[in-house]
Design a protein around this ligand. Sequence first.
Ligand SMILES: [Zn+2]
Length: 47
Amino acid sequence: MGYYCLRCKREVEIHEENYQGVRCPYCGYRALEKERPTVVVKKLKAI
Ligand SMILES: [Zn+2]
């Protein structure tokens, strides 16, 4: 499962069963969200 840290926004690989008590390995923040950015980034191709 792909998760991202709510603090540093970095992607964190976590197994669902180990979710509780897990921390962001980068900043130590304990709030992780499923990888689904609230801001929709539109990729525009420069033709
Ligand atoms: Zn973090």
